[in-house]
Design a protein around this ligand. Structure first.
Ligand code: PMP
Length: 296
């Protein structure tokens, strides 16, 4: 049974700047730079049967996200990955979600943060399916977000930076308030981009189409699923996709470390079916993360 208490009031351990601290003591001061000026970057990854899927890729992206924001984490990829494994073990978990987060501290207040020290914390908890699993067979319903993904010259779009999520949260809330499960976001040009926390794929006549990730994360799950599809001999085209084209696609799904592979029933006025190829790729992904060879 999942722990229903708030996230600051749980039993367990959090890895915090090199030490394992009791869950409730993993706190920061209110004058932390990241809280005021959005200097935090984070990761999200899942462990399956005790193994964290693509762990080093996540650790590498975390360091890179901080570099893009102008600070260097004093922990190597290997050290971050080792810390993730330690915190998983310390909490006695094998199937769990992990949330590493790095941020600038409280040594200095103001826009300038040159004197702040980088910090890193890693928490882990049991987290079931990101979307209601009873929807897996029929697919989730997406709203169309009013917010657009910003241009890469407007925001550090290749960093998994907390600040980029304010429009994601606003779009997700609006979607939920209107009875949808999530929202599809277009980019500043009006092209199809991604959902609020997952990448988007479309299928037409057995060919997969996915937007070129030039202003949003080229997700680790995204790349994994592209690879799985190509291994099955399925053509995958990364290209510009305009909203009008959605009328011609037969299937749609989202990918993300939390969302895994989730089928979509509709996005705004456009409807899709949960077809064989989406189902097959979801099964392949499940096999891969669980260390089973995909069925051919
Ligand atoms: N886009 C956004 C906005 C996300 O939050 C995520 C989840 N990290 C993704 C895409 C998918 O990335 P990944 O597959 O690496 O988890």
């Amino acid at each position: 049974m999942a722990d229903e208490r708030t996230f600051d009031d749980r039993d367990g351990w959090i890895w915090f700047d090199g030490k394992m601290v009791p869950w409730r003591e993993a706190n920061v001061h209110v004058l932390t730079h990241a809280l005021h000026y959005a200097s935090a970057v984070f990761e999200g990854q899942r462990a399956y049967g005790g193994t964290i899927f693509k762990l080093d890729e996540h650790s590498r992206r975390l360091r890179n996200s901080a570099e893009i924001l102008g600070y260097t984490l004093p922990w190597s990829v290997e050290q971050i990955s080792a810390a993730c494994n330690e915190v998983l073990t310390a909490n006695g978990l094998t199937d769990a979600y992990l949330r590493p987060i790095a941020w600038r501290g409280s040594e200095q207040m103001g826009v300038s943060a040159q004197k702040t020290k980088p910090h890193l914390a890693i928490a882990t908890w049991e987290w079931g399916k990101y979307f209601d699993p009873t929807l897996a067979a029929k697919g989730i319903r997406l709203d169309i977000a009013e917010w657009r993904r910003p241009a890469p010259y407007t925001a550090p779009t290749q960093s998994k930076a907390s600040g980029l999520y304010m429009i994601a949260t606003m779009s997700k809330h609006r979607a939920e308030d209107r009875g949808y499960h999530d929202a599809l976001m277009f980019d500043w040009r009006g092209q199809v981009a991604e959902a609020t926390g997952a990448n988007a794929f479309f299928i037409k006549d057995g060919v997969i189409h996915t937007p070129t990730p030039d202003c949003f994360l080229d997700g680790i799950t995204r790349r994994t699923v592209i690879d799985l599809a190509r291994r099955r001999g399925v053509e995958v085209i990364e290209r510009t996709i305009w909203p009008e084209e959605l009328a011609d696609f037969q299937q749609m799904f989202l990918t993300g470390s939390a969302a895994e592979l989730t089928s979509v029933a509709s996005a705004g006025p456009w409807n899709f079916e949960v077809g064989d190829l989406s189902r097959q790729l979801a099964a392949d992904y499940d096999d891969l993360v669980n260390g089973r060879t995909p069925n051919n």
